[in-house]
Design a protein around this ligand. Structure first.
Ligand code: ATP
Length: 613
């Protein structure tokens, strides 16, 4: 029997039994049944990423086979030695045997180390690609998607969930596989050595299985809950940090801290229970393990006295019993990590499955030169189905005209310009640029002919030069300075330490609100679009900066079709056409003089009875 087992080729044959062993079946049974379908799909998609490194993955699997095989061979050799040397049957000299044993353990460690290093490399590349896909996809998602989600929650998917996938791929996944392999190998060798002792050793398995099932059923739910709570907490942190000024202005610090405390407490609670219950697994395994040692030694001793087995076999069984409970232990421990990683991957794939907006309608083509004629014909739009925000809007803007959009708050001014840039899509009606329905124009191409100067124009972390160049990365330094001069931004930039190379912190930290506006105007001038969308600032800016902004805007608007959400009578008066919106309807349109000449909302607004916004 020893001879047959010494043949290393014996082990691969044993793998065929893998699916049939109680341990393997038990492992499968532990998969959460409720989500089995999704989980399979998620694993399949992870495999899609892993499969790019098939060559290296095969090497890892080879190393897993080698290290698992060697970890079975070591105890087996010790058993042989005990029977041959201690019972005086002689054989290979001691030193040679010790050297062989040392070689088995050293090779096992080297194989384990190699498997680790290669797997880490595969895991890092996999996560790198997933992260890249996720980021790329996020930037292709339409605006309505972001309106529905908290930014922090999305950040959590990008960071926490990706981290989970990463750490699991680094170690847990391969450990689960290697544990399963060792388990199967152990069962087969035990079966060959002594079926009776094997049955006795496995008497503890149903107990282990029931214990693990009980625990993982509870921890699986708790880990998911913790992950969800963590995502929500991140969302809350992001939100309160973004709105920090408002929090302070309304003295809401204590409320915010209180709310944070509650959310934090929910994570503490779910984390506490998840970790505590899952931490019970090793203790349970240890206790049952010791029980199985006692059974092996007791019954094995009796069998040895009767000559049914040798002492060496008992030693091998004790070693194997340790070896089979350790992978079971690992399986149980790593299982939770695996669960939370698959849940994390699922959340990442959920975003990847959101339909992006890069898929332009069939037949959509780019638009090369734009003159700037814009028309809306009977445009109806709703954010929420059944609740119309814009109700049958029709107007025309000739190239180079300035269109002021006015109306009370919530009238639909912002919605109207969101449709023009295709951030949202109209329910019905037609919007055309230079006579072409914008649905027949590729989105990116359409937007490349537009520029936006909004109240909260965002500036990125980077130098002033980089921020101005944002819409035209190929612009020369001279062009940047020229645009800044036209925007009236040059003089303040020149006075800053570092000038154009001054690094702005996130969203223009370190410069004033008015200066941010001037930079946004310079950025739009450099981008040189045919169509402009301006949201006139309502916040109070000092008179000197205000005049500079007005001048900058005038230069920017020259020769371009401009849509201005206007609040100042001066701007409105100068417009070629004024659109007066209320409750999503276009009540009046015409020039200042035309509208003033007839009774209506506009004349009431001008006479000061109604606010402009
Ligand atoms: N993302 C959204 N989802 C659902 N409803 C929205 C969304 N954005 C705006 N609305 C609603 O659509 C209506 C028009 O909003 P819009 O922002 O276009 O008004 P506005 O005229 O620009 O207002 P303001 O002058 O206050 O900026 C409002 O009733 C608003 O509550």
């Amino acid at each position: 029997m020893w001879k047959a087992l010494s043949d290393p080729l014996h082990y691969p044959r044993s793998q065929a039994l893998a699916e049939r062993t109680p341990a393997a079946q038990e492992t499968q049974a532990k998969r959460p049944k409720r989500k089995a379908k999704n989980w399979q799909a998620t694993l399949k998609r992870i495999w899609g990423y892993l499969a790019r490194r098939k060559g290296m993955l095969s090497l890892v699997l080879l190393m897993v086979l080698v290290s698992s095989g060697l970890s079975l061979l070591g105890p087996y050799m010790i058993g042989v030695a005990i029977d041959r040397y201690l019972e005086g049957s002689g054989g290979t000299p001691w030193l040679l045997f010790l050297a062989a044993l040392a070689a088995v353990y050293i090779l096992g460690s080297v194989a384990g180390w190699l498997q680790n290093v290669w797997m880490i490399s595969i895991a890092q590349e996999t996560v790198y690609r997933m992260r890249l896909d996720l980021f790329r996809h996020l930037h292709r998602l339409p605006i309505p998607f972001f309106a529905k989600r908290q930014r922090g929650e999305l950040m959590s998917r990008m960071t926490n969930d990706m981290d989970n996938v990463s750490s699991t791929l680094n170690s847990s996944a391969i450990q689960v596989f290697s544990s399963a392999l060792i388990l199967v190998g152990t069962v087969i060798v035990m079966l060959i050595l002594s079926p009776l002792l094997m049955v006795l050793t496995f008497l503890v398995v149903p107990l282990m299985s029931a214990g693990m099932k009980w625990i993982t059923r509870r921890t699986g739910v708790l880990f998911q809950e913790r992950q969800r709570n963590l995502g929500e907490l991140n969302g809350y942190i992001e939100e309160t940090l973004s709105g920090q000024r408002i929090v302070k202005a309304f003295s809401q610090e204590e409320t915010v801290i209180g709310e944070f405390g509650e959310r934090n407490d929910r994570i503490r609670l779910s984390g506490f229970w998840a970790q505590t219950i899952s931490g019970f697994i090793p203790k349970l395994m240890n206790g049952l393990n010791n029980l199985s040692y006692a059974v092996i030694v007791g019954v094995g001793g009796l069998l040895a006295i009767r000559g049914a087995i040798t002492v060496g076999v008992i030693v091998v069984f004790v070693e194997y019993a340790r070896q089979f409970t350790r992978p079971l232990n690992d399986l149980a421990n790593q299982w939770n990590t695996l669960l939370s990683a698959i849940a994390g991957a699922e959340r990442v794939f959920e975003i990847l499955d959101e339909e992006d907006e890069t898929k332009d309608e069939g037949g959509a083509r780019p638009i090369r030169a734009v003159r700037g004629a814009v028309s809306f014909s009977d445009v109806i739009f709703s954010y929420v189905p059944g609740e119309q925000t814009l109700k049958g809007i029709s107007f025309e803007a000739k190239p180079g005209e300035t269109i002021a959009i006015i109306g009370p708050t919530g009238a639909g001014k912002t919605s109207l310009i969101q449709l023009l840039s295709r951030f949202y899509e109209a329910d019905s009606g037609t919007i055309a640029v230079d006579g072409r329905d914008i649905r027949t124009i590729e989105r990116a191409s359409l937007r490349s002919h537009m520029a936006f100067v909004l109240q909260d124009s965002f500036l990125f972390e980077g130098t002033i030069r980089e921020n101005i160049r944002y819409g035209k990365p190929e612009a020369s330094d001279e062009e940047v300075v020229r645009a800044a001069e036209l925007a009236n931004a040059h003089s303040f930039i020149a006075r800053l330490p570092g000038g154009y190379d001054k690094v702005l912190q996130g969203d223009g930290g370190g410069i004033s609100q008015g200066q941010k506006q001037l930079l946004a105007i310079a950025r739009a001038i450099l981008a040189d679009p045919a169509i402009l969308v301006l949201d006139e600032a309502t916040s109070s800016i000092d008179t000197v900066t205000e005049i500079k902004i007005q001048e900058g805007l005038q230069r920017l608007m020259e020769g371009r079709t401009s849509f201005v959400i206007a609040h100042r009578l001066n701007t409105i008066r100068r417009a070629d056409r004024i659109l007066v919106l209320k409750d999503g309807r276009l009540l009046e349109q015409g020039s200042h003089e035309e509208l003033l000449a007839r009774p209506g909302l506009y004349s009431e607004m001008v006479r000061g009875h109604v606010q402009f916004s």
